[in-house]
Design a protein around this ligand. Structure first.
Ligand code: AMP
Length: 216
């Protein structure tokens, strides 16, 4: 049986990289609301048109839109399939609404892994970040380079720098993270489901620590 897990932490804390590796190396069913939203923007769907400006500005997409997206995506999920969420929930309102929705379906969160990280580290990581425009896998030009420059190891897709990965937008996203998302650390700590990863470590060590926590 797979666990139902949330990865929590600021943008650039490495949770996306760890989630991607858990998916490719261990088959975890990982989802990223940020990746889904970027896909909707690229498709030009109604949701993409509503969400696009928020993404560009580094602001959070309204709770109702994100909740609708996640509920639709998980509506067929069975409790023992588990899930691994990267980037959701991001506000207390999302967390409370999701808890209520998930509990009645037997899909309640079992474990929250918090990637603890400073703003300085986030900035240095994010400027070198590249992600696959097709599958969303995350790389870093110096720390996690792809085998072939500019191409995804996984699917051969083109690696791109996200429009919201500039220093100004990243600083803003970090402030929004502190205000809107960090309170979730206390929320889940009180529920007794929180584990912490020191996100200043290299990606391999974060991966090992996360695996240990997932198997505890
Ligand atoms: P990420 O790829 O997780 O860094 O997300 C990129 C962007 O997508 C964020 O800056 C938000 O604009 C939007 N987004 C992703 N997940 C959420 C969420 N749970 N709630 C609100 N906005 C989100």
């Amino acid at each position: 049986m797979r666990r139902r897990v949330i990865l929590l932490g600021p943008p650039g804390s490495g949770k996306g990289t760890v989630a991607g590796r858990l998916k490719t190396e261990f088959g975890f069913d990982h989802f990223s609301t940020g990746h889904w939203l970027r896909q909707e923007v690229a498709k030009g769907s109604a949701l993409g048109r509503q969400a696009g400006l928020f993404l560009e500005r580094g602001e959070l997409v309204p709770d109702e839109l994100v909740l609708a997206l996640v509920k639709a995506a998980l509506s067929q999920t069975q409790p023992d399939q588990g899930y691994l969420s990267d980037g959701f929930p991001r506000t207390l309102a999302q967390a409370v609404a999701f808890d209520t929705w998930a509990e009645v379906r037997g899909l309640g969160i079992q474990q929250v892994i918090y990637f603890e990280c400073t703003e300085a580290l986030v900035l240095s990581r994010i400027t070198g970040r590249r992600s696959c425009g097709n599958c969303g896998r995350v790389y870093h030009v110096a720390m996690i380079p792809p085998k072939q420059a500019g191409r995804c190891d996984e699917c051969g897709g083109e690696l791109v720098q996200r429009a919201d990965d500039t220093e100004t937008v990243v600083r803003k996203r970090f402030q929004i993270y502190l205000r809107e998302t960090e309170p979730l650390v206390e929320y889940y700590r009180k529920q007794g489901s929180l584990d912490v990863v020191d996100a200043s470590q290299p990606s391999d060590e974060m991966m090992t620590r996360t695996m240990t926590l997932l198997h505890r």
